[in-house]
Ligand binder design. Sequence first.
Ligand code: GLU
Length: 308
Amino acid sequence: MGNRVKIAKSAYCGRFAPSPTGPLHFGSLVAAVGSYLDAKFNDGQWIVRIEDLDRQREIKGAASRILHTLEALGMEWDGQVVYQSQRLTYYQAALDELNQRDLIYPCVCSRKEIADSSIVGINGPIYPGTCGEGPMFVKDAHALRVRTHHKPIVFKDFLRGLCMQNLKQEIGDFILRRADGFFSYQLAVVVDDAQQGITHVVRGADLLDSTPRQIFLQQLLGYDTPYYMHLPVVINSVGEKLSKQTRAPAIELSCALMYLVQAIRFLGQNPPAEIVQGDIASFWQWAKKNWRIQQIPRDSARGINSCA
Ligand code: GLU
């Protein structure tokens, strides 16, 4: 199928891709600020994509609240905001292409069957490939999995250096479309990053394990692989990642500058006193000019108080 996308090349195009499962909190702010500053320091573009594929997890109004918060924090995105829920035909086209090349297969295994017959890997049970030879029968509701291989996927992360994963062994054939019909994050993110011409992906280290799956799909679909930088994720006092599930509080706009200062300190930057006590405009002016990725801590997670 001729649906390969000609990727527009620009020197630098970064993105922030929040899921609208709740308001922006300090953890997601760090990813937003890191990707924004890296793009702006490099005179690049920064786009915002709302990852609203999973309608069951979506909180009504969260997307517009996130966008409003970014605006109030003085973070300007380039172009139109893109919503994944409006891009389903592109994901389907990518699936069709993979299907024609026999790279995906229907899977009718239940969660329980998989749990009973798998060993648990870094990302849950490693699917043993049961349906890969052809399922016993294909029910209406079936997932679609991609055939992985043993050839290691190797990439260089700006902060973490050389990373390597054997997908077959460490992840297994993974889902591109769920049995309930939703396209998977892995598929959508790869199609979007390519079609939006993203050259640099800067995001939380919780997604480091997903990167090899995404590179693998880029290779299958003939897309370029962007550069990757995985920032430390923010953890609370009991070691949990800040998220909606761990009840991370929303950013309060009455303390906008304080949050921004904390976010760049968390990322190892040292704003001088006059910036900390100044206003948002001079904060960004300073931060865009003085962004130093060499100062970003290499750890994959850090406590929230490490920026105080
Ligand atoms: N939507 C994902 C999240 O909110 C981020 C995806 C990405 O940056 O690749 O965790």
